[in-house]
Design a protein around this ligand. Structure first.
Ligand SMILES: [Zn+2]
Ligand SMILES: [Zn+2]
Length: 357
């Protein structure tokens, strides 16, 4: 009989449990990863809450870390015992992959294929892909892994993916040394933005109504914090932007498009605003094209990260440049997955990480 393993499975809306699956065996060019930790991203939380139209049951998780337990045939560069994180899925063949643009259409097509082939009762997607890491074991091609410093605890390595996504957005914004950045929202993504923007040498203003979260932003390195419900954000930013009359870059990290509009209003001339967060619901906002024209404003989208950014994230975490403890609220064993999801979906919680052993 095949060896079995467990995986955290969302079996119904609001219900997660450990289910048994056959332990995978690595094929040619594949390695077997014993997953050690996986964080519960907003994407997983939305699947649990039924906010997104996921098929269920589903094994979620794309913020994992683990250790290589075995290697298949023709694996040369990854070794048993390596500590690893998975890279985002890229086909490597489509136009966007060839141009090194983070918009792989091959991945999107594969996702559609899974959805079309799905039958009730089956897993929404096979265990082992980038987006189903909440398992004890998974197999993956050796060239889709990043080896991490074994000194990094698995819980910290698990937040590589969110750090890499923030690096991607900051790279797209072209934030430069000495510029003024406004970050809207001191949730996990906001706090990571503070840290990456400070590493870039920017002055950072955090706009956040919650006092405890503003304290966290200061601990993350923000230069100024402001409560936009108590003070006029535009006036505050103008007063703290060293003659620019506004921010060079605004990062909108919250899923409320009205706050994106507020962010547009605090930009300096030639300012850039980054739509970091996905929007649920995606309520359109009005923008003045005349202002975009005359003030030379740029609106920048960002999603996910690429291979270099994943690697950089692991390097920054390993060297202690990113304080991951600030963004991890709870670490729970996978047996307590229901509680982990409930905690993660409680408003105000930063990351919850599950130990997968
Ligand atoms: Zn994530
Ligand atoms: Zn592609």
């Amino acid at each position: 009989m095949a060896e079995m393993m467990k995986a955290v499975t969302i079996v119904d809306v609001g219900k997660a449990e450990l289910r048994e699956y056959p332990k995978p065996v690595p094929g040619k060019h594949e390695v077997l990863v014993h997953m050690k930790a996986c964080a519960l991203c907003t994407v997983d939380q939305r699947a649990f809450l039924g906010v997104t139209k996921n098929h269920l049951p589903s094994v979620q998780g794309h913020e994992g870390s683990g250790i290589v337990e075995a290697v298949g045939e023709d694996v040369h560069f990854i070794h048993v015992g390596d500590h690893v994180v998975l890279e985002r899925e890229f086909c490597g063949v489509c136009h966007y992959c060839k141009e090194n643009i983070n918009q792989c259409t091959g991945r999107a097509e594969r996702r559609k294929e899974f959805e079309a082939a799905w039958k009730p009762g089956e897993l929404a997607k096979p265990i082992g892909g980038f987006e189903s890491q909440m398992a004890q074991y998974l197999t993956i091609q050796e060239n889709k892994l990043t080896v991490v410093d074994p000194a990094i605890p698995f819980e910290r390595a698990a937040v590589t993916e969110p750090v890499s996504c923030v690096i991607h957005g900051v790279n797209r914004s072209r934030l430069a040394t000495g510029e003024v950045a406004v970050i809207i929202g001191a949730g996990i993504m906001g706090l990571l933005h503070v840290q990456i923007a400070k590493l870039k040498g920017a002055t950072v203003i955090m706009s956040e109504p919650d006092a405890a979260r503003r304290e966290k932003a200061l601990a993350a390195g923000a230069d100024f914090v402001v409560d936009p419900t108590a003070e006029d954000l535009k006036t505050f930013v103008e007063a703290h932007s060293y003659g620019r009359g506004g921010a060079d870059v605004v990062f909108s990290t919250v899923p409320h498009s009205s706050l994106f509009e507020q962010g547009m209003g605090v930009l300096a001339r030639a300012g850039r605003i980054v739509a970091y967060s996905s929007q649920h619901p995606d309520v359109p906002v009005s923008v003045s094209i005349g202002q975009i024209h005359s003030r030379e404003i740029e609106i920048i989208g960002t999603m996910g990260s690429n291979r270099e950014e994943t690697y950089l994230a692991t390097q920054l975490i390993a060297r202690g440049y990113i304080n991951t403890d600030l963004v991890i609220d709870h670490v729970l064993p996978a047996e307590r997955c229901q509680e982990a999801f409930e905690k993660a979906t409680t408003p105000g919680t930063y990351r919850v990480v599950m130990q997968m052993e």
